[in-house]
Design a protein around this ligand. Structure first.
Ligand SMILES: [Zn+2]
Length: 276
């Protein structure tokens, strides 16, 4: 009997096989059903064309888009499809709709929080927990820090990191919202230095979910010392181009910040990620 060739499987492939193998006859919940190949509905095509026109004309956030009458003519679709298309974009924050006289669609912003929010529907359905979300956050932010440190435009990197290297005065009356904002600004600035918009958006979306689901339930000002000391060390590593150190420090930072929140939110860590 001929000997069967040895199947060369890596530990990761074996792990994936375990995760994705399901009993005969049932479908795994995470499954590519070819949805990416489905033709777009009319409302989705309109949405795509509107976004295309915003990009083509380089329209900044806050710019008014043409009236419904003009759009109906331009895109040659029914009023129902146009409104559905606009609604699709509104849900993603990519446009906003001002109601009433003088209203109409205006160009919105690309906020990773909206990408994060839609992702949470998927995470919830597969039963992903907050603990998994935090692991993903540490890995994602670590990758962004590493890429930022590797950015060849060293002057830009040093200039962007400079404000985070100097010790900030302690503002006793700083509101929680301001503190959360300045903390996430650091991660936003670092993410932008990765110079890869796909990674920046996709990976920042994870951090946005944490901000909205976990951080808003706690008071991160209590972790001020940890946060500011960590940010200074990370900013120094990024500015000096120490990529692996930047990644490691950032991952440690995400875990120490999340340990702080674990104390705040306790057993919720094993709950499924909610859609919010
Ligand atoms: Zn931080």
């Amino acid at each position: 009997m001929p000997k069967r060739p040895a199947i060369n499987t890596s530990p990761l492939q074996r792990k994936l096989k375990r995760v994705t193998s399901v009993p005969r006859g049932s479908m795994p919940i995470v499954f590519s059903s070819g949805a990416a190949l489905r033709p777009l509905k009319t409302s989705e095509s309109v949405a795509r064309n509107i976004i295309h026109d915003i990009v083509e004309n380089d329209l900044p956030s806050g710019t008014s888009l043409p009236s419904e009458a003009v759009m109906l003519k331009k895109y040659a679709v029914s009023r129902e499809s146009l409104r559905e298309g606009l609604r699709l974009l509104e849900v993603q924050g990519l446009i906003s709709l001002r109601r009433g006289p003088g209203g109409g669609p205006i160009v919105g912003t690309v906020d990773p929080a909206n990408l994060g929010r839609i992702s949470t529907l998927y995470y919830h359905l597969v039963g992903a927990t907050y603990a998994e979300l935090i692991d993903a956050w540490a890995i994602a932010e670590g990758m962004l820090a590493e890429l930022a440190a590797r950015n060849p435009d060293r002057d830009r990197v040093r200039a962007a990191m400079a404000p985070y290297i100097v010790e900030q005065p302690h503002l006793h009356d700083e509101s929680k919202a301001d503190f959360v904002q300045s903390h996430s600004d650091f991660h936003f600035v670092m993410g932008a230095l990765a110079d890869n918009r796909v990674l920046q958006l996709s990976l920042s979306a994870i951090g946005e979910i944490i901000t909205h689901h976990v951080i808003l339930n706690a008071d991160p000002r209590d972790a001020r010392i940890i946060i500011e000391t960590d940010h200074r060390a990370i900013a120094k590593a990024v500015a000096a181009g120490h990529a692996l150190k930047a990644r490691e420090l950032t991952q440690q930072h995400m875990y120490s910040v999340s340990d702080f929140y674990k104390g705040e939110i306790g057993p919720k860590m094993d709950d499924f990620v909610e859609w919010r």
